[in-house]
Design a protein around this ligand. Structure first.
Ligand code: HAM
Length: 408
């Protein structure tokens, strides 16, 4: 039996891997400009962490979690997202004791969701995400949006930014109650999924793919339920985005699939495919709920597979500087010595031993995109001189082995 990779997972290698590395390099350079610090947390955590942070009634926890009992009978889960783990680490390691009030972390890693694979959806996928933990001002929200936009621009993706204000947990209670009241009146016209959500997670009915809420009920505006401060906070974000020339639309149906969000939520959606590449928002009570410390936060995550699929950046194919080919087993040692010297001088070097002939060494040089080639045989061993052939210009240069160190 041929064992194949599990459904919804991917093997990454070759040009795809080169693209991933290149994209990550661009993103981490930008994160560095914004002074983010890298953090790494476990791929599996206690099930309760996700249940209590993302919300037990969300699809992510309720339907899509890879959870299991370990050999010690502990209920564990593969992480479906990165925020919960970062916040757990923040609390567990007392990172709040750091005198720097605003803490900015980023992470790169695998996430797991038991979703139906296809159209940019995987069961194992990679995210790069950021979490900004600290004082609650709209300037932080604007900075996070600018960072997200800068990353997507650098990767040449044509996106639309959508934002919404979900208000604080208490503020939106009245709104949710009114929404439930109106939707209950048309309950028999709702899909089974929305009927279930009416009891468990009514806000999510707003972004249902099956039911168009606007056609079913007279819509209510969440703004009518928010406090003046909450409205002003959102207005300030919009004013700054306008001043900075950031294009966005306010989408009152944008609610996002994780329960921890409060106030600003946002998504960057690819204009052509309508796929969400980046999603995030503010979560002012998550830390309090998990660790009894009042610490507002905001963050986002980008799906790397979607990014790679949609990014139109051009990148150089991988290449090597030198291929050293031995033509005689007696020259293998010289081949290794030359490779070592060049690598010590920071050149990228590949070798090819005496088992293949000149023709196949040239073929290899083409395949690995080598800039130069050096052949070593009995003559080179004897004279301790070699010829470096530039495969692009066809120029040849003779050099003593002892002078190889001087090559720049
Ligand atoms: P999310 O919207 O669930 O947010 O995921 C963020 C991004 O991960 C999505 O926009 C998408 O690009 C990618 N993604 C999600 N699910 C899949 C999947 N099944 N297959 C492929 N890509 C996927 C979060 O995860 C939050 N933790 C973001 C955040 C950070 N909010 C605050 N801080």
């Amino acid at each position: 039996m041929n064992i194949q990779k599990p459904k919804g997972t991917n093997d990454l290698f070759g040009a795809q891997m080169t693209k991933r590395e290149h994209i990550l390099q661009i993103i981490t350079k930008i994160l560095n400009e914004y002074n983010y610090q890298k953090i790494d947390t476990p791929i599996f955590e206690n099930y309760k962490l996700f249940d209590r942070s993302i919300g037990e009634q969300t699809d992510v926890v309720n339907k899509e979690m890879y959870d299991f009992l370990d050999k010690g009978n502990r209920h564990m889960a593969l992480r479906p997202e990165g925020t919960a783990g970062v916040i757990r680490a923040y609390l567990e390691n007392k990172l709040y004791a750091n005198p720097i009030a605003l803490q900015k972390y980023y992470y790169v890693g695998k996430m797991f969701r038991y979703e139906r694979p296809g159209n940019g959806r995987m069961r194992e996928f990679n995210q790069i995400g950021v979490e900004q933990i600290g004082p609650y001002t709209y300037i932080n929200d604007v900075e996070v949006l600018l960072l997200a936009q800068k990353i997507l621009n650098a990767l040449n993706i044509d996106v639309q930014l959508k934002i919404n204000n979900l208000g604080d947990t208490n503020e939106r209670k009245g709104y949710i109650a009114e929404l439930v009241k109106r939707l209950t009146l048309v309950e028999d016209r709702l899909s089974n999924d929305s009927k279930r959500r009416l009891k468990t997670n009514p806000l999510r009915i707003l972004d249902s793919k099956e039911d168009n809420v606007e056609e079913l009920i007279e819509m209510i505006d969440i703004n009518d339920y928010l406090t003046i401060e909450s409205k002003q906070y959102f207005e300030q974000i919009k004013i700054h985005l306008n001043n900075l020339g950031v294009n966005y639309i306010v989408d009152s149906k944008l609610v996002r699939g994780l329960d921890y969000y409060t106030n600003l939520v946002f998504e960057f959606v690819d204009k052509k495919t309508n796929l969400t590449i980046l999603g995030g928002g503010r979560y002012n009570h998550l830390i309090e709920n998990l660790g009894k410390i009042q610490m507002p936060s905001i963050g986002f995550a980008i799906g790397l597979e979607r990014l790679e699929m949609l990014s139109k950046i051009e990148f150089e194919p991988s290449s090597v500087d030198y291929l050293i080919g031995s033509l005689d087993t007696n020259a293998d040692s010289l081949m290794l010595q030359i490779a070592q010297t060049l690598r010590n001088n920071n050149f990228k070097v590949e070798i090819s031993n005496a088992t293949t002939n000149i023709k196949s060494k040239y073929n290899l040089a083409t395949r690995i995109n080598s800039q130069k080639i050096i052949f070593v045989g009995a003559k080179e061993v004897e004279k301790q001189k070699i010829i470096i052939k530039n495969l692009k210009t066809k120029e040849e240069e003779e050099i003593e082995v002892s002078k190889l160190n001087e090559i720049k």
